[in-house]
Write a protein that binds this ligand. Structure first.
Ligand code: APR
Length: 238
């Protein structure tokens, strides 16, 4: 497998999806035995679901919390943290994942564009920032209320809601010369379109995962394999 050479002029933007956490034991969404095979998106991950049955939504994310907090970073998360340690500000990580395995591995310059499992925020968008919340709720009655009276909801971007920090992400992509996308099926936008933003400005675009994503034709290079096996030793920083 050829190395990805990072030259002194390069700035690297990495986008990760559920596949990078698969080797840590967390299921992806669209695999045959994935999360969306066992759950209805409409019942647990939409604004309507929250209004109709907030307890069902919380119980789904409580399960995700319980599994996520037990999981440990794998060699792919570690390889990205090590790359960041070498590149400093020339590295940026955007994850679609709501687990916190990148932080656990030591990543610092990152955004969670679809939210974070270890945070909750007011359902009324009253202006108070998300709070750290690691509780694995078992009933809705346990879920605290915000100072404004609204119920706390998971700090998760539901289907139909705007992903977080898209303008900031856009700036980071505009400044990058290399985009590396890892373990995402390329089916959810805007993330699936980031490769096109990078391509338009002439960046090198590499995909890493065991199967070709839906947006495969937009990449200059596809490395087929599991992230935890491919990433360690993949980058050569010059
Ligand atoms: N290493 C790398 N990639 C892997 C591995 C692995 N070990 N195992 C599986 N994959 C790949 C699969 O081939 C697939 O392309 O990970 C991808 C997972 O795709 P999805 O389940 O669609 O997950 P993702 O692309 O992250 O979903 C995007 O959709 O449901 C929403 O908000 C949720 O952030 C999520 C978004």
């Amino acid at each position: 497998m050829s190395k990805i050479i990072i030259e002194p002029k390069d700035r690297v933007f990495v986008l990760t999806g559920a596949g990078i956490s698969a080797e840590s034991g967390l299921p992806t969404f669209r695999a045959e035995d994935g999360l969306w095979a066992g759950h209805s998106v409409e019942e647990v991950c939409t604004a309507d679901a929250w209004v109709r049955n907030p307890e069902k939504v919380w119980l789904f994310y409580a399960e995700r919390r319980a599994a996520g907090f037990k999981a440990k970073p794998n060699p792919a998360h570690t390889a990205l943290a090590e790359l960041e340690a070498r590149l400093g500000d020339r590295f940026f990580l955007c994850t679609q994942n709501v687990d916190t395995l990148h932080e656990a591995a030591g990543s610092k310059r990152l955004v969670h564009m679809h939210g974070q499992l270890d945070r909750a925020r007011c359902e009324n968008e009253c202006g108070r920032p998300p709070v750290v919340d690691n509780t694995v709720y078992t009933t809705l009655a346990e879920v605290p209320r915000c100072a404004c009276g609204g119920r706390l909801r998971p700090h998760i971007v539901f289907f139909g809601e705007m992903p977080l920090e898209v303008e900031f992400i856009e700036e980071k992509i505009a400044a990058s010369t290399v985009m590396v996308v890892i373990g995402t099926s390329g089916s959810v936008y805007p993330a699936a379109g980031f490769v096109n933003w990078a391509q338009r400005q002439g960046a090198r675009t590499v995909y890493i995962g065991p199967e070709r994503p839906l947006n495969a034709s937009s990449f200059t290079e596809i490395v087929l394999g599991k992230a935890g096996q491919v990433l360690p030793g993949l980058f050569e920083v010059q």
